[in-house]
Design a protein around this ligand. Structure first.
Ligand code: ZN
Length: 423
């Protein structure tokens, strides 16, 4: 027996299986004949691939197309209920967990607060408890879980499932896959927060069918997901997209960054910077509106309060947001000049105030970018707003299944966890 030919044939079949599932995922409903026309594969191959995907319950038949010319055809679409996907976002002062279906629709969401000054062990312990609670509640519905994924504000080793460095948490070398596989038995993924969000936008957000776009995740830090030429660009070591740690503003305005450098772009545009700019204005001229919002909500100044104040016409809030939009636009102009993207998508906590940021971002990009390139770029707020990287975590599992449909087994007892991997 020629093992090489067998291996090649198996590989080819898996690639075809993935192509057919991708097409159904992004363009359903489709008939078998349409799939054959779109892929160039013959009808019997398509029938066999479709049978395989039906057997894994990744797709189902959804009715008959009888309004065209020719024979009526059975249409296929993705089975959203094939199982649940758990996504976890590790923030600086919170951890969120979400369960989505196979189409990224949110079925369940939980969030806990964490203390940025607490030990890594304590925060990991709280995260583990949150994940176990989420699994228990979802498992009670008798549905299977397809995988668990973490969205991390920093650099990650995808293959080993290790967090390498998260500057704003000050965590180094945390073996997420090992820790969470041992406690849950699930297949565990880890991804940078902005990359995860970019994957979500491409699968079911604002960048569907786009080949070149950049996702900017803005919260405590600022990260980039570079989706170039139809693929997420990872760079040599997998760390590409750390746009927030680009030193773009000259002395004497440089501020210290958690990465250890001075004057990083993110220090001028992150959520602390917005709050600080409002605070400085309030020190000079107190705002009755902001004080009253803080009193009523029993809260310190937050992005949400600043947004509400700006909506009501508060000058300090409006001016601070415009200033941050300008600094954000400065950096985006550089990205637009370098990469000529079709779209820039902004997501993460600061997009709560997105309507107030966007006009000054656009103005600044137009001013500092090269006109002929800027004309080809649209700037939008993420479909998932502040939850972009949380939904992104779930998207990472879905993307893995679309690439490797055989990761979903054919015969699964309801409630059973799927496909654990060796670590
Ligand atoms: Zn930095």
């Amino acid at each position: 027996m020629n093992y090489k030919i067998t291996a090649d044939q198996t590989h080819m079949r898996e690639m075809n299986l993935s192509s057919v599932l991708h097409l159904i995922y992004s363009e359903a409903p489709l008939s078998r004949a349409q799939l054959a026309a779109r892929t160039g594969l013959n009808k019997s191959t398509i029938s066999s691939l479709v049978e395989d995907l039906l057997g894994r319950k990744l797709i189902h038949e959804t009715g008959i197309n009888s309004n065209g010319t020719g024979r009526p055809a059975t249409l296929l679409e993705v089975n959203a209920k094939v199982g649940g996907v758990i996504g976890v976002e590790l923030g600086v002062d919170f951890v969120s967990a979400v369960v989505t279906d196979f189409l990224g629709n949110v079925l369940q969401r939980k969030q806990i607060s964490t203390d940025p000054a607490a030990s890594q062990e304590k925060t990991l312990g709280l995260t583990l408890a949150l994940v176990e609670d989420t699994i228990a509640e979802y498992g009670d519905m008798g549905l299977r879980i397809l995988g668990l994924s973490f969205s991390i504000p920093g650099t990650v080793d995808l293959d080993k499932g290790v967090l390498i460095f998260a500057p704003n948490l000050n965590w180094h070398n945390v073996p997420f896959r090992e820790i969470f596989y041992h406690s849950t038995g699930l297949k565990v993924f880890i991804e940078n927060d902005a990359n995860a969000a970019a994957i979500a936008e491409h699968l079911f957000g604002k960048a569907q069918h786009l080949k070149d776009f950049i996702f900017i995740f803005a919260g405590v830090g600022l990260g980039g997901g570079l989706y170039l030429n139809g693929q997420l660009y990872r760079g040599k070591g997998g760390y590409a997209g750390e746009i927030g740690h680009t030193s773009i503003i000259a002395d004497p305005l440089q501020m210290p960054c958690h990465c250890g450098d001075l004057g990083c772009w993110e220090t001028y545009v992150n959520q602390y910077s917005i709050i600080q700019r409002v605070q400085t204005r309030l020190d000079d001229r107190p705002s009755a509106l902001i004080s009253s919002l803080m009193d009523t909500q029993n809260s310190p100044i937050t992005i949400s309060i600043i947004k509400q104040a700006a909506d009501a016409g508060d000058r300090s809030a409006i001016d601070a947001l415009a200033e941050v939009g300008k600094a954000m636009g400065n950096g985006i102009a550089g990205l637009v000049n370098i990469f000529n993207p079709e779209m820039i998508i902004l997501g993460g906590p600061i997009t709560i105030a997105g309507d107030h940021l966007l006009p000054s971002i656009r103005k600044s990009v137009e001013k500092h970018g090269m006109q002929e390139i800027v004309m080809q770029t649209v700037i939008k707020i993420s479909a998932f707003g502040p939850d972009a990287s949380l939904i992104g975590a779930a998207a990472v599992v879905i993307d893995d299944i679309l690439t490797n449909p055989t990761h979903v087994e054919k015969e699964v007892v309801a409630g059973k966890r799927l496909h654990p991997i060796a670590v």
